[in-house]
Design a protein around this ligand. Structure first.
Ligand code: SF4
Ligand code: SF4
Length: 407
């Protein structure tokens, strides 16, 4: 497809999103919160800049304009720079949270990316590899499907059929394995039977494809997963990856074509409820200062902020600290929106801002709740002088991984 394709640039946007573009007053309030701009100083990624350019592209490809004045050409360099800006954004949504007119940017940016993919301009570099890898192995990392659950402890019992299903997700299963190991240990500890799909059947939820605007495989992936969980009798699907939770709850129904036959819960909701119902307790104490980082797609994405904190507060002796920016205003870890492979230096620099603050607050461990945060955290700590309480190295841990330590 031609980059100068005469279809309107507005075709991927809903009516509401077109109104949002028009509503931007270019006030610049959101600029203070953009992590990419903070570490690069590059204004092209900023929301008002992207919105201004995109509105201009829409005008140039508008039907009325073409009828009156003929097809308007858009400068190639401008298109390329714009494409880089939309794919360099981590889709963290911090700009939307701060937006003075309420633009839901976490949903808007993926649609701008979709348009650039339709024009053959995006995605960028390694982001292009995801569809082929998912077709081949079921995961965007192109790792063997049979290795997907190699981290699962042998003592964890997985039922053939159950009301409760657990979906590990690709980044947890292949990269942030201590997270998903902690998840199944916590689920086992509650004692309610849960089921999982066979390793070869638990394919990608589709988020990396959705977020990079590559939609072709999505319907097939979603149908395959929904039908497989339905066959196992699942009524509630539990997942810890915030991106998977967003994809399943917000986007699976439209790719599936109707309501899902099960509900979706984040693991922190299930574990928090299990504590409240007296089905779970903690035996050990932990004399540590913990600081919890809210993942963008958990806090701003689906509004879950208190459940992970309540779970951490159940650990006797643990002291919970807060980042200056927390809950729906939290900082981005830098790794989201499929930006971490292509714009790795940005991601490392952004995560180090969180490390610095955790050290200033004398935390012992930085507690995470997202596999993308987890994988960039390890790399960001390497070679970084991060000293927490008593001058010790700052530790990194996931909420459920930490909980499994104190059972
Ligand atoms: S979503 Fe995040 S990275 Fe993207 S423009 Fe907004 S604040 Fe910046
Ligand atoms: S805060 Fe909202 S209205 Fe203001 S520049 Fe940013 S996106 Fe536009």
């Amino acid at each position: 497809m031609s980059r100068q394709d005469s279809s309107s640039f507005s075709r991927c946007l809903s009516g509401g999103q077109l109104l949002e573009l028009d509503a931007c007053t270019q006030c610049g309030e959101c600029l203070k919160y953009c992590p990419v701009q903070e570490v690069t100083g590059d204004r092209s990624v900023s929301p008002p800049e992207k919105i201004r350019n995109f509105k201009d592209f829409i005008k140039k490809t508008g039907v009325l304009r073409q009828w009156l004045f003929g097809k308007g050409r858009i400068d190639e360099k401008l298109l390329q720079d714009f494409t880089k800006a939309v794919f360099e954004c981590t889709t963290c949504g911090a700009c939307g949270e701060a937006c003075t007119v309420g633009i839901h940017t976490q949903r808007l940016w993926p649609m701008l990316r979709r348009e650039m993919v339709k024009r053959g301009l995006g995605p960028i570099d390694q982001q292009k590899e995801a569809p082929e890898a998912v077709s081949r192995t079921g995961n965007p990392y192109d790792r063997p499907a049979g290795d997907r659950f190699s981290w699962r402890p042998p003592e964890v019992k997985v039922a053939q059929r159950a009301n409760l299903g657990y979906y590990a997700g690709c980044t947890g299963a292949y990269d942030a394995t201590p997270m998903v190991r902690g998840d199944v240990q916590a689920l086992s500890r509650v004692g309610e039977p849960f089921t999982m799909l066979p390793a070869e059947e638990e394919v990608c939820c589709g988020f990396p494809l959705f977020i990079t605007g590559q939609f072709e495989l999505l319907e097939g992936l979603v149908k395959k997963l929904v039908e497989a969980y339905a066959k196992k009798g699942v009524k509630t699907l539990i997942c810890s990856c915030p991106c998977c939770v967003n994809m399943i709850s917000r986007d699976w129904p439209s790719f599936y074509g109707r309501r899902l036959p099960f509900g979706i819960m984040h693991i922190s909701q299930y574990i928090d409820r299990s504590f409240a119902e007296g089905r779970l307790s903690v035996n050990r104490t932990l004399d540590e200062r913990l600081i919890y980082h809210d993942p963008c797609y958990l806090s701003r994405g689906v509004g879950i902020t208190e459940e992970p904190r309540r779970v951490l507060e159940r650990i006797p002796g643990a002291q919970l600290l807060e980042f200056e920016r927390n809950r729906v205003n939290s900082r981005c870890c830098g790794a989201g929106g499929a930006a971490r492979k292509v714009f790795r230096d940005n991601a490392l620099a952004i995560f180090r801002l969180a490390i610095n603050e955790a050290c200033e607050k004398k935390a012992d461990r930085l507690v995470l709740g997202c596999p993308a945060c987890y994988s960039i955290a390890g790399a960001a700590l390497e070679g970084h002088d991060s000293r927490g309480k008593n001058g010790g190295q700052l530790g990194i841990v996931d909420v459920m991984e930490l909980l499994a330590e104190v059972f």
